[in-house]
Design a protein around this ligand. Structure first.
Ligand code: NAD
Length: 346
């Protein structure tokens, strides 16, 4: 297939681009290259004849029309977004502009392109979203595809709004869409402002490892390459108009996750052990959801997908990747806001 991937210079988008090219798909990577992007993430496919990069903003309708006409993709995989909850607390405007207005512009461009092509049934618009749209769980239960939407952060609200637009474009215009809502990802090329890289990099530098609140918040972790595989499965085999929850069935409290990473570092750098001595509890994030957990029955039963990488194995691979790729993360640590506590404005 020829895929137009938006946000392909980011963390998950780049994993999708690498996996798709490896499987023989043609990929057009459309990315505005915001602070969160890094073209090194796709360096391993950059010279492939299957790969093209287009620098464009998803809010720029003219650019979208031009790129769709020039490349004539069979499917759009939409990952471009503002993605950091803490930044959404300090500056929600960009989240509404990119995640809501940008998704609207992309849907309209895709609809015009699909209509001009004679409304082919096999075209797909795959919208990639998050489990955060469902809000917070108590100690029990898991999110299914029919869980009510109850977003709590500006980020989650903007993603929820974009999910609703995508659903409506299917119901109203018949655009063949699929949606997926995934739990927290981790792995190589994770931008150094997110929890797992912050823990690894602060521990390596001998700096405090900040843990929000008392570290009781639970997330359901999925290795990013498993997510990329799930997304290509949903794209090629998911039913139009349907949404699929994707999760790793690997729940962990933040504090336990941090301790696992510290133990991995202790084994690799015993001279600095125990890294856990650096853990520092800091003021909680406002509106911090207590627990997310995904019920992945639908994607498992309908599409036969399940994660391949356990949390233990994925964390070890991630720690080793950061140890081996210092130049990558050092360059990104210089970017605006990285290394500062964000999201305290509320
Ligand atoms: P990221 O922040 O690492 O990457 C986002 C990419 O989108 C960047 O390359 C950025 O340059 C690009 N982008 C941002 N605004 C743009 C615009 N206006 N036009 C074009 N490109 C733009 O994000 P990520 O963690 O890779 O997340 C990708 C998608 O997956 C997002 O839609 C996010 O909501 C969703 N998601 C993320 C997670 C997670 O754990 N990270 C979990 C579930 C779903």
């Amino acid at each position: 297939m020829k895929l137009l991937v938006t946000g392909g210079a980011g963390f998950i988008g780049s994993a999708v681009v690498r996996a798709a090219v490896q499987r023989g798909h043609e990929v057009v990577n459309l990315d505005a290259l915001t602070y969160a992007a890094c073209l090194d993430n796709v360096a391993e496919v950059a010279d492939s004849p299957l790969y093209v990069f287009e620098r464009a903003d998803i809010r720029d309708r003219e650019a979208l029309d031009r790129i769709l006409a020039a490349h004539a993709p069979d499917a759009v995989m939409h990952l471009a977004a503002e993605s950091h909850v803490d930044r959404s607390i300090d500056g929600p405007g960009t989240f509404v502009e990119t995640n809501v207005a940008g998704t609207f512009a992309l849907l309209e461009a895709a609809r015009a392109y699909w209509t001009r092509a004679g409304r082919p049934e096999e075209f797909r618009f795959h919208h990639i979203s998050t489990d955060e749209v469902f809000g917070s769980l108590g100690p029990d239960g898991r999110f299914s595809e029919s869980s009510p939407y109850a977003p709590n952060s500006p980020y989650a609200a903007s993603k929820a709004a974009s999910d609703h637009l995508v659903r409506a474009w299917h119901e109203t215009y018949g655009l063949p869409v699929v949606l997926s809502n995934c739990s927290n990802n981790y792995g190589p090329f994770h931008f150094p402002e997110k929890l797992i890289p912050v823990v690894i990099l602060n521990a390596l530098a001998g700096r405090e490892i900040p843990v929000y609140g008392s570290g009781e918040n639970v997330r359901d972790w999925l290795f990013v390459e498993d997510h990329a595989d799930a997304l290509l499965t949903v794209l090629t085999r998911g039913r139009p108009g349907r949404s699929y929850n994707i999760g790793g069935e690997a729940e962990a409290r933040n504090i336990d996750l941090v301790r696992m990473i510290c133990r991995l570092l202790d084994a690799r750098r015993p001279e600095a052990a125990p890294h856990e001595r650096l853990v520092t509890f800091v003021a909680d994030r406002p509106g911090h959801d207590l627990r997310y957990a995904i019920d992945p029955s639908r994607i498992r039963e309908e599409l036969g997908w399940r994660p391949q990488v356990t949390l233990e194995e994925g964390l070890a691979r991630t720690v080793d990747w950061y140890l081996a790729n210092r130049a990558w993360w050092e360059a990104l640590q210089a970017r605006d806001g990285v290394g500062r506590r964000l999201g305290t404005v509320a």
